[in-house]
Design a protein around this ligand. Structure first.
Ligand code: HEM
Length: 186
């Protein structure tokens, strides 16, 4: 019992507001056990408050750190994607064109296909067409071979009969490659 009182008083002395109650041994001290328990509760609740405040504060700090890291990562990724997009645009290749691109055929490769033996290839608006099988079906006869190994545009500009949807539908059946690179019309 006595040791309990001593401990209570030690706790009381640690609580500043309650040490003013009086010295040990006075009348006031006789009320010490109840006051001490009250002080203990006060002190401990104060420490609990501090602990919970620190805990909440630590939680908030972590939240800020995590939020900062996420924001930083987002900014870096966004900048990286934007930078990549700009580099592609500078190189003259759009992302869409690149992803839908079949192997590129250069002008030289297309020119190698200008006979029925080697195959008849033509280009039209960036596409490469193998029209070898169509040559025999062409309503305009062998004139079609004039465009073999090159672009259709100049010839179709002369023969406006080709400026029709059904002609483009026939042509689309023979598309073999998408011409991604720059194709020079002779
Ligand atoms: C792959 C390429 C070509 C396709 C798919 C194509 C298709 C056609 C088609 C469908 C017609 C008939 C149009 C109609 O009457 O409605 C036509 C007519 C004709 N084409 Fe082509 N053509 C091609 C290339 C060429 C080229 C390169 C030339 C000339 C150098 C040419 C010259 C002609 C001529 C002169 C006619 C008119 C024939 C006539 O009515 O007597 N074509 N072509």
């Amino acid at each position: 019992m006595f040791s309990q009182d001593i401990s209570a008083m030690l706790l009381l002395r640690r609580c500043h507001s309650l040490t003013r109650l009086g010295p040990v041994g006075t009348q006031r001290y006789r009320a010490a056990p109840s006051l001490a328990s009250c002080a203990v509760r006060l002190c401990s609740s104060r420490r609990d408050d501090q602990r919970s405040y620190q805990h909440a504060n630590n939680g908030a700090s972590w939240k800020h750190i995590v939020a900062g890291l996420l924001t930083g990562t987002g900014v870096v990724l966004t900048y990286g994607l934007h930078h990549q997009e700009v580099e592609r645009a500078d190189a003259g290749l759009s992302t869409t064109a690149e992803s839908s691109c079949l192997p590129v055929f250069s002008h030289d490769e297309v020119t190698k296909h200008r006979s029925l033996e080697d195959g008849v290839w033509v280009t039209f608006k960036g596409g490469v067409y193998d029209i070898t099988e169509f040559v025999a079906m062409h309503p305009g006869g062998n004139k079609i071979l004039l465009a073999a190994g090159g672009a259709l545009e100049p010839f179709w500009a002369l023969y406006a009969v080709h400026d029709q949807n059904h002609v483009l539908e026939i042509l689309s059946q023979y598309k073999v490659r998408h011409l991604c690179g720059f194709f020079k019309i002779n």
